[in-house]
Design a protein around this ligand. Structure first.
Ligand code: ADP
Ligand code: MG
Length: 336
């Protein structure tokens, strides 16, 4: 029996409305944000062959396409509310749909984020999700608030997703042999990113600027510096401590050039990069404890343009580190 569009929606994606006034099934979903709250809205698309390979297990893909959207809410300090799902499928394969819905809805339920509508079409596999979150009026975290003298911090660790990608591509020569456990961990970091939602909410009132690291640390730090420079009208740059960048054992074991590429330009990390005045250090350490998420101080915002990488302590004697040759500064769909 073939599965029609409406059977498919009803079977896999119809959910009873909980927080929504009207959930899916009508022409629009109707939501009522709580008094005093503002809506944070973000959209991300994942396309087969671009963002993932066709062979990725459906359940992992379901998780990832919502996770990358929740990561954007986290970067704004917003609490997840609801999402819509625009699904383009080459065929209605029940096994695939079952797995996809499981991965997607498990993460949605974990964050109380309700599926309230979408669109379902036939074509090359592509998934677009729009998430809505809420944040107290005026309390959203933005990219543009960094100031000279602020610390730079990052959540979790960086670079493992890139190891998984390069292992699959097989183009990096001299990669050290990973243990099966390290390989699985790197693959999980690529397929099953953890959106740092609780950290994002906790950073409200602490952080001066926040972004999620999706393209790579240098590229996303560049966005913060650019937005903040424009906002404050003064040149801003950063000094980063190479030895302090949080890395797994697998990333630490890489030759220096590949290690720096993974840490500085890895991509697909979905960690939060944020700046905060030094006076907030204790509260940020407390947030790390409260959320069970490592938060590491990796650098400082400086009153001149450019990013410098150094060996040694930020506040003590240090030496400049040469950035790897041809270090890709993030990813541009129409250039790379
Ligand atoms: P319309 O043609 O009026 O836009 P559709 O026929 O596309 O409506 O969709 C019917 C209902 O099913 C709508 O409420 C829509 O939001 C919902 N819907 C469609 N696709 C999905 C999906 N992939 N996930 C969740 N809800 C969906
Ligand atoms: Mg439609």
């Amino acid at each position: 029996m073939s599965l029609g569009e409406f059977d498919l929606i009803a079977r896999y994606f119809h959910r009873p409305a909980r927080k929504a006034v009207v959930g899916n099934g009508d022409d629009c979903a109707i939501l009522a944000p709580a008094p005093g709250m503002q809506l944070a809205i973000s959209t991300d698309t994942l396309v087969v062959g671009r963002h993932f390979i066709a062979e990725v297990p459906a359940q992992r893909l379901g998780h990832k396409c919502l996770a990358v959207n929740l990561s954007d809410l986290a970067a704004c300090g917003a609490r997840p509310l609801a999402f819509t799902l625009a699904l383009t499928l080459p065929e209605a394969n029940p096994d695939w749909l079952e797995g996809f819905a499981q991965g997607l809805l498990a993460l949605a339920d974990a964050h109380g984020c309700e599926l309230v509508g979408g669109d379902t079409t036939a074509g090359p596999l592509s998934i677009t999700i729009t998430v809505l979150g809420e944040v107290p009026a005026g309390g959203a975290l933005l990219r543009r608030g960094a100031q000279a003298g602020d610390d730079c911090w990052v959540s979790g660790s960086l670079g493992d997703a890139r190891i998984a990608l390069e292992t699959w591509r097989g183009q990096w020569s001299g990669l050290p042999q990973l243990s099966a456990e390290q390989e699985a961990l790197a693959q999980d970091r690529l397929d099953l990113p953890t959106p740092r939602v609780a950290v994002g909410e906790g950073l409200r009132g602490l952080a001066s600027a926040v972004i999620d690291v999706s393209d790579g640390l240098l590229s996303d730090l560049g966005h913060v510096l650019q937005a903040s420079t424009r906002h404050c009208g003064q040149p801003l740059g950063a000094m980063l401590a190479a030895d302090d960048l949080p890395a797994s054992a697998a990333v630490r074991a890489l030759p220096v050039e590949q290690r720096l590429t993974c840490l500085l330009a890895g991509g697909d990390d979905y960690e939060l990069l944020f700046t905060a005045p030094p006076a907030q250090r204790d509260r940020i350490d407390a947030l790390a404890l409260a959320t069970g998420t490592p938060l590491t101080r990796i650098g400082r915002i400086e009153p001149q343009a450019g990013v410098r990488l150094v060996h040694g302590p930020l506040d003590g004697p240090h030496t400049a580190v040469q950035l790897p040759h041809n270090l890709p500064h993030g990813f541009d769909h129409f250039r790379d």
